[in-house]
Write a protein that binds this ligand. Sequence first.
Ligand SMILES: Nc1ncnc2c1ncn2[C@@H]1O[C@H](COP(=O)(O)OP(=O)(O)OP(=O)(O)O)[C@@H](O)[C@H]1O
Length: 783
Amino acid sequence: MRAVAALASKYRDMSDKELKSQTELFREQLAAGKSLDSLKIQAFAVAREADRRVLGMFPFDVQVLGALVMQDGNVAEMQTGEGKTLTATLPMYLNGLTGSGNFLVTANEYLAYRDAQEMGKVYRWLGLTAVAGVPATGEDPHDRNLHKIYQADIVYTTNSTLGFDYLMDNLSGSADERFLQGFHFALLDEIDAVLLDSAQMPLVISGAPRVRSNLFEIADQVICLLREDIDFERSNDHKKVWFTPRGIDHMEEYLGLENLLGEHHRTLYRHLVLALKAHQTLTRDRDYVVDEDGVSLLDLSNGRKLAGMKLEAGLHQALEAKEAVPVSNQTRTMASITFQNLFRMFSHLSGMTGTAMTDAAELQETYRLSVISIPTNKPSQRIDLPDRLYNSTSEKLEHAVDLVKQAYHQGRPVLIETGSVSLSNLFSRILLREEIPHNLLNARSAAKEALIVKEAGQLGAVTVATSMAGRGTDIKLGKGVKELGGLLVIGTERMNSARVDNQLRGRSGRQGAPGEAVFLVSIEDSILLEHGPNWLRRYRRRAAAYKRDHPGAGNPRIRMPFWGKHRFHHLITQAQHNAEKSDRQSRTQTLQYAEIMRVQRDTIYATRQQIMTVPTLDDQLASIFKMAARSFMQQHPQPTRSDMADYVLNTIDNHLVVANVIDHDWQPDRPKQTVPFLQKLMVDQLQKKFENINQDQQVYFERMCLLKSLDNAWIDQVDMLQQLRQIATSRSTAQHDPLLEYLKDGRKAFAEMKQSFAHQAVKNLLLSEFQFKADGSIDVTYP
Ligand SMILES: Nc1ncnc2c1ncn2[C@@H]1O[C@H](COP(=O)(O)OP(=O)(O)OP(=O)(O)O)[C@@H](O)[C@H]1O
């Protein structure tokens, strides 16, 4: 840090032209074999001076410290509002010197786009290329110029855009269509949101629709007839649900069938599992919203609609059946990857966030990233008030409104955060009734987000938000607000993770400004419902019964001595610990389940790359022919003449005169000769096909056929893995280890996939008709 500071005056004395020319100097040194690390002190000092000239902000010493920590491959924990956006310019510039493959990744499209514009000015001024990987507002993501984006030295993007593009890149038809230039450096902004909060939902690219099944509606009806604790059971946190043996019996009865768990009813059973999950683990307006677009998922950590994200393999359709909206076509999963595996591909990974210490162990274990805490530039003046406790949601909301009113009458800006979209709407209606003008920021109004957040720090502003406002949004204070104590943040519910709570608190008291944050909590909060102790659940059930029997009597009073504030506080903290633990477990599980897909995907993608780039495919074809012939033998250990004729006609040559070839050359009594016999037939047939075309055309055609066959086989496999996983995780864990079963089934399926790839490839190569056109392109009719 001192070394960087010591260079400040040297670069300050330089003219703009001289300062800009440093980029070229650094690049020459890199080309001459110098390491990136040996340049970091000078490059940071140059970027720092450029920040001052271009943006009017000179990174503080603590920001330089954060930058150094990140360059060393760690996570810099910098308090909210300390200026992480600016800090990132130092390591991004340094890594950008190496050329393409450097990414600043956030979980939020709006921030990625904005920072690419704002911070991009500095890199461009210094002679690097820097662009947004995400589309501009309103731009169609398909209109992006992917080649241009990924050639840039620095790309600001989101985790999902990068993940989708990675999957798409691996579906390209030829080497020139590929656009990704490798993964060198990734700096993850809000790294805990990217790696932890989003980590449970894999990215999925969906393709051709599947035949639509009406099983979703049937399954939905059956599930509505089942009773909790008799037919099915739920885990305490309501995230897992499974059938009991009695439940299975009941369903067999309703459906009038036997052996529901047998192979024969696998599809139906899968739909029943989906319907059960849709009903018992997903809650409307918390996990998803239903509007004119149908069912859309919400991101729990920030309340945003998850655009384009669908639940895996059929759960979305099961939800649609539950909500009685038209069931959309179920598409097949074509490609899928988890964020964990996406980011593990980077050779150099680092991150920054306001809140990571709580999950330091997990970041260390999964990604080998250490979290290092950076001091604040100025001491924080934010006052974090202790939680206020209430007996019921209604009581809590009343007090929240009182607090808002008070602040509003003083002119002090307030930000109120609610745990769900429905609660934010309710709160907004109450404020309207009280005639308090306010802005509502929830998943439904994300478009207005930037504008609303900009105003949230002005005198008299009242903003109601779901937890979406809790991340990365910089609320600047208006004139006269500091004197009133700064922004007041009211959380109406503690979230599942202390990190998310702290993110919300961090909207106020930024850059040493005054501010205040308070959480209001009640025993009816969902964190206690889902993760609190069982006796509390029993108490709530009794209270509900009491209310039913004594309408208008309010809640039965909770005796304070018994409760005690301390004990209540302990309850909430404990519930939050439980929630964090269960999220952690579920992430570990996601990772374990994703591992087999990762290994298989790596193999397939490497094979694809090889097919696209090797000069001739002779070796590949030889081994594919062998595999196909062997797989025929496996299926027909003692093939008859008719097995043989059938196979040859349908796979190798449909004009074959059977009597001539099979009867003449094949010796059924010498099974060892069958594989070479088939191989030879294949080779001869291929030669015949290529009689009239040149070598280049031949390789072009072979490449196309192999890629097509490989992609189809892999898509089937990805889909298969998803289905296997669903079935595995829905089984009661008593007799089986679901993960082991999944691994076993997944491996078996992969072996089968390879065979089916070989078979399909042989067919595509030998039976399709093709014609080269004058412009060099090719028309193929596949068999
Ligand atoms: N060196 C600096 N000099 C002057 N202003 C700065 C400096 N660094 C940051 N700022 C300002 O501080 C504010 C907060 O910055 P920013 O939004 O990047 O914080 P953050 O650390 O990302 O916060 P959060 O964790 O909430 O996302 C911005 O208004 C920014 O312009």
